[in-house]
Write a protein that binds this ligand. Structure first.
Ligand SMILES: C[S@@+](CC[C@H](N)C(=O)[O-])C[C@H]1O[C@@H](n2cnc3c(N)ncnc32)[C@H](O)[C@@H]1O
Length: 268
């Protein structure tokens, strides 16, 4: 490939090209590469990707984080738009110091330990300071499926992996569509407009998500359906009994049944 990002990956020998990530990044970054952004990458190692971002996002601040000490002179990372911090991606106080300096980020890339717990913890710590319209990338999601990386190859649906974590995050796209009047908004509901899964990569886009449901009001179905039916057909008593009495009772029974099921199966 001869696009700018691929050329830079080749120039610095960055494996994001070989792993197919460069193509995905290009699709998100092409339009914003000249903007003035704060970009944070967890995992610096030899600094190859940091140098790629430094050239590609000429007007941006590139902040690299690594648990190991990085010799910025030896790695040729002593450039004006690069800053490297040593610390762990799961250390809240360490991250708070960076946040204090930069306030917020437009792009966050997790190419750090790739352990499920670390990826999840970093996301929970950093998502709040991702800007509106910001993008959060997680590379090497395959560790989710590999017990040598603390993932789980045998319980794909329910194991505590980062793949499952991000799969569940997709529910936040549709939180207003959940026909459960007892539904409690979680901290991501209303703040995510896209979760994209690629081979070994996840991308989360932060933005205001307040699109109303056309089926529900306040996560309840019955009142809407009742109003709609009586408007079309009249027969108030019939639809009152059908939706506001039997329908609500049915929903409540399902709620109780599923609550008990979750308790028995130790699910949240
Ligand atoms: C895959 S390398 C990063 C490669 C780099 N992003 C690139 O594309 O050139 C992973 C890096 O994450 C660092 N790392 C591992 N665990 C970490 C942690 N808990 N916090 C921060 N960095 C960590 C490692 O020291 C290593 O340098």
């Amino acid at each position: 490939m001869n696009d700018e990002l691929s050329i830079l990956c080749k120039k610095y020998n960055c494996d994001k090209l070989m792993h197919g990530y460069a193509e995905i990044y290009k699709s998100y970054f092409d339009k914003i590469k000249n903007d003035k952004l704060n970009i944070l990458e967890i995992g610096v190692a030899n600094g190859t990707s940091i140098k790629v971002w430094s050239d590609y996002f000429k007007n941006s601040n590139i902040i690299g984080v690594d648990i190991k000490k990085i010799d910025i002179v030896e790695k040729k990372l002593n450039r004006k738009n690069i800053k490297i911090f040593q610390g762990s991606q799961t250390d809240k106080n360490f991250l708070l110091k960076i946040i204090e300096e930069y306030k917020s980020f437009d792009i966050i890339i997790d190419d750090g330990s790739h352990y499920p717990k670390d990826v999840i913890k970093s996301f929970e710590l950093l998502f709040p300071i991702l800007n509106i319209k910001g993008l959060y990338f997680v590379e090497d999601m395959q560790t989710s499926y590999n017990h040598y990386y603390h993932g789980n190859a045998f319980d794909l649906k329910y194991a505590n992996t980062h793949m499952n974590y991000f799969k569940h995050l997709t529910d936040s796209l549709n939180y207003k569509e959940v026909a459960n009047p007892f539904y409690k908004k979680n901290k991501y509901d209303g703040k995510i407009i896209n979760v994209s899964f690629f081979h070994n990569m996840v991308v989360v886009k932060k933005d205001l998500n307040d699109k109303e449901s056309n089926l529900l009001t306040n996560n309840a179905f019955e009142k809407n359906r009742y109003n709609e039916r009586i408007l079309k057909k009249g027969q108030k008593l019939r639809y009152f009994l059908k939706y506001l009495v039997f329908g609500r009772t049915y929903t409540f029974i399902l709620y109780i049944f599923n609550t008990i099921k979750k308790i028995i199966l130790l699910r949240r």
